[in-house]
Design a protein around this ligand. Structure first.
Ligand SMILES: *Cc1c(COP(=O)(O)O)cnc(C)c1O
Length: 424
C-alpha cells in the first residue's frame, strides 16, 4: 500500500488516463467490488475504450454495443461533432449555475423547443430528475389551474413502468426489487394496466392531474401498447382536463423509429420527459419540455438544479440535437430497425418466444425455462453486448449510427450465440 502523499501525487503526475490504461481487468473488478456499493451486477467484461458502435475490452477484443448505455449513446460512442463541441466549450466555460444567464442555455432551449415542437423547457441532468420535474409541474398545475383541492392531486401511471430510481418514483413502480425496503412512499399515484384504455378511464377522478406513461415500456421488456392506445389516452386527457406526460427518456430522439414514439399516433403530450440520448452519450442531460400553459406554473424558487442547464451540458445537447437532425437518426432507426427485426425473426430457434420492437429498440424474448445466464455469456463470447431487461427479454438498442452491414452483423452474432448454447 503506497502512502497517502504518494498515492495522490502519483495521480497528479501520471494522469488519470495513464493510470486507467495500466489497470488490469482483475484489479478493475476488485476495486469496483471492494469500494463500490453493489447496486449493479456488471457483465464480466472491462471496457477500456469505445468508439462508434464498438466497445473494446482490456485485451482489445471488440464488442458490438447493443446496450448502448440503455439508449443514451444513440449517436455512437465519441461522435466526432459532439467531442469537438465539448472540447471547444471546455475552453470557454463549463459550469456557471442558473444564477446567471448563459448563451449556451439560451441556444439549447431554443433548439430543444424546435426539435420537440414544444413551447418551453426546463433543463435537468438525469432522467429521474426530469420525471420528478414533470410530477411537480403537473401537481402545481392541478392546484393552480384546474382547481384540485390542495394535496389531493392524483397522477395515473401504468403497471410495469420504469421512470427512474428516486424514492417518489420507485414508490409507484410495480417491480418489487425496485421498491422493497425503500418505503414509506409518496402518495398520490394510481396504477392501471398498461394498454387498457377502459381501466384508465375508470381510474380518472376530478382530482386527476396527469397521466404519466412511457409510450413503449422499454425496461418492462419492450412492450408496445395496442394500436390506438396512445391516441385514446390523449383523448381521455382532453375530455377530463388532464395533462398527458410521455416519458420518452428511452424511446425518444429516434430510438423507436420516429423522433418520438408518441408520433406513431395523434398523441401529442402536454409534458415530455427527456434524457439519455439528449446528452449525446457524452454528458448527463435531461429536460422536461411542454406547453407554455403547463410549464408556466414554475416560478423562480419553485424548482432547480445546480448542474442542470450548465454551459457544457447545453453545448453538447444542442450539438446532439443538430446531429440527430442532420444525420436523420430517426429515419435510419426506422429502416435499420425493420431490418434488425426481420433478421431476428428469421432466426429459427425453439427457445425464442417473441421478437418485437420499434425502430432500433428491439426485444428478443425467450421461453420460460431458457438458461438466460448461459445466453448472456454466449452473447458476450460472440462479441455482442446485451443484457436481459425484465421477463427473459434481451434488449437490442445499438447506436442509431450503425449501417446495414453492422445491423446484419448483430443478427449474425446472435445466431452464433444461439448455436453455441443449443442443448443448454
Ligand atoms: C432510464 C430511464 C429513466 C431514468 O433515467 P436516469 O437518467 O437513469 O435517471 C426514466 N424513464 C425511462 C423510460 C428510462 O428509460
Amino acid at each position: 500500500m503506497v502512502d497517502h502523499e504518494e498515492y495522490w501525487s502519483r495521480i497528479r503526475e501520471r494522469g488519470v488516463a495513464a493510470l486507467a490504461e495500466e489497470l488490469t481487468a482483475e484489479e478493475t473488478e476488485r476495486l469496483t467490488e471492494e469500494y463500490g456499493a453493489h447496486n449493479y451486477h456488471p457483465l464480466p467484461v472491462v471496457i477500456a475504450r469505445a468508439e462508434g458502435a464498438w466497445a473494446y475490452d482490456t485485451e482489445g477484443r471488440a464488442y458490438l454495443d447493443c446496450i448502448g448505455a440503455y439508449s443514451a449513446v444513440s449517436h455512437g460512442h465519441l461522435s466526432p461533432f459532439l467531442v469537438e463541441t465539448a472540447c471547444a466549450q471546455l475552453r470557454v466555460s463549463a459550469l456557471t449555475s442558473r444564477a446567471m444567464y448563459t448563451p449556451q442555455l439560451a441556444l439549447f432551449l431554443e433548439g430543444l423547443c424546435r426539435f420537440t415542437e414544444c413551447e418551453m423547457a426546463c433543463p435537468m441532468n438525469t432522467g429521474a430528475e426530469a420525471v420528478e420535474t414533470a410530477i411537480k409541474i403537473a401537481r402545481k398545475w392541478a392546484y393552480t389551474r384546474k382547481g384540485v383541492p390542495d394535496d389531493r392531486a392524483e397522477i395515473v401511471v401504468a403497471a410495469g413502468n420504469f421512470h427512474g430510481r428516486t424514492t417518489t418514483i420507485v414508490g409507484f413502480s410495480s417491480e418489487d426489487a425496485y421498491k422493497r425496503h425503500f418505503g414509506p412512499f409518496t402518495p398520490g399515484f394510481v396504477t392501471v394496466p398498461f394498454g387498457d384504455i377502459s381501466a384508465l378511464a375508470a381510474a380518472i377522478t376530478p382530482s386527476t392531474a396527469a397521466v404519466l406513461m412511457e409510450p413503449i415500456q422499454a425496461e418492462a421488456g419492450i412492450l408496445i401498447p395496442p394500436d390506438g392506445y396512445l391516441a385514446a389516452v390523449r383523448t381521455l386527457c382532453d375530455q377530463n382536463n388532464i395533462l398527458l406526460i410521455w416519458d420518452e427518456i428511452q424511446t425518444g430522439f429516434g430510438r423507436a423509429g420516429r423522433k418520438f414514439a408518441w408520433q406513431y399516433e395523434d398523441a401529442r403530450p402536454d409534458l415530455l420527459c427527456l434524457g439519455k440520448a439528449l446528452g449525446g452519450g457524452v454528458m448527463p442531460v435531461s429536460a422536461v419540455a411542454g406547453t407554455r400553459d403547463a410549464m408556466e406554473v414554475l416560478h423562480p424558487g419553485d424548482h432547480g438544479s445546480t448542474f442542470g442547464g450548465s454551459p457544457l451540458a447545453c453545448a453538447v445537447a444542442l450539438a446532439a440535437l443538430a446531429e440527430m437532425e442532420v444525420s436523420n437518426l430517426a429515419g435510419r432507426s426506422a429502416v435499420l430497425g425493420a431490418r434488425l427485426l426481420a433478421g431476428l425473426r428469421a432466426l429459427e430457434d425453439p427457445r425464442i418466444e417473441d421478437v418485437r420492437g420499434r425502430g432500433l429498440l428491439a426485444g428478443l424474448e425467450f421461453h420460460a425455462g431458457t438458461d438466460t445466464g448461459a445466453l448472456t455469456q454466449a452473447f458476450l463470447h460472440a462479441g455482442l453486448l446485451t443484457k436481459e431487461t425484465r421477463h427473459r427479454t434481451f434488449r437490442f438498442a445499438p447506436p442509431l449510427t450503425i449501417d446495414e452491414s453492422l445491423t446484419d452483423e448483430i443478427v449474425r452474432r446472435v445466431a452464433l450465440a444461439l448455436a453455441a448454447t443449443v442443448g443448454g
